[in-house]
Design a protein around this ligand. Structure first.
Ligand code: E4P
Length: 224
């Protein structure tokens, strides 16, 4: 499973990148608004460009319009920022039309705000590169977000659909484990959760004991 980071914060991207396990980045208008101030269109474009120059993988940048023809124009402009830009479109009727048109032009797309298997199927039929089912937001309303991942992965396997399942709205490490067990192609993970993935209290306790027992040896190694 590929790991994308779900943030527009450059320090978080740099830190995650330094681990050597980062495959891409996803942003959305809320994440961008937190980082780009004042938020002008030029500043937004510059910020996406900076992210693309930091990470050698897909970078999702979301359209901010609602009509298909506007999303297509905006998507084309986003795709021109950098070859790694993937245009994120909401899964509305207009979004489906925009995904179809952008895909036909060879522009990679990410269908976002997916909350049902049928929405994912429609996006895939329109040619989306990725579908983004929102796991955490479904859990928030007492609905099993992981069941949606399982359903979409099964449907795509049934029909050998090449669209990748990008699990989004990931909230904690168990989500990451479950997504990988179910066969999601990608999980986009907040920085805090990436940090949590490496942590285990038994690792800390075990390491402390090893370091205590190896104290004399360590002093010799440092002096040598
Ligand atoms: C990613 O593409 C989504 O925009 C993001 O994962 C949403 O996460 P949230 O539900 O934590 O805002």
């Amino acid at each position: 499973m590929q790991f994308f980071i779900d943030t527009a914060n450059l320090d978080e991207i740099r830190e995650a990148q330094s681990l050597g396990v980062l495959d891409g980045v996803t942003t959305n208008p809320s994440l961008i608004a937190k980082e780009v101030k004042p938020l002008t269109y030029e500043a937004f474009r510059d910020h996406i460009k900076k992210i693309c120059e930091m990470v050698h993988g897909p970078v999702s940048a979301e359209v901010t319009t609602l009509k298909a023809n506007e999303m297509i124009v905006e998507g084309e402009a986003l795709a021109e920022i950098h070859e790694n830009v993937v245009v994120k479109c909401p899964l509305t009727v207009d979004g489906i039309k925009a995904i179809k048109a952008l895909s036909a032009k060879g522009i990679r797309t990410n269908a976002t705000l997916i909350f049902s298997p049928n929405q994912a199927l429609l996006a895939a039929k329109a040619g989306a590169t990725y579908v983004s089912p929102f796991v955490g937001r479904l859990d928030d309303v007492s609905t099993d977000g992981m069941l949606l991942i399982e359903q979409i992965v099964t449907i795509f396997r049934n029909f050998e659909i090449p669209t990748q399942v990008l699990a989004a709205s990931i909230r904690h490490p168990v989500h990451v484990v479950e997504c990988s067990l179910l066969g999601a192609d990608v999980a986009t993970i907040p920085f805090k959760v990436i940090e949590q993935l490496a942590k285990h209290p038994l690792t800390d306790i075990g390491l402390q004991k090893f370091m205590d027992d190896a104290k004399a040896l360590r002093e010799k190694v440092v002096k040598a």
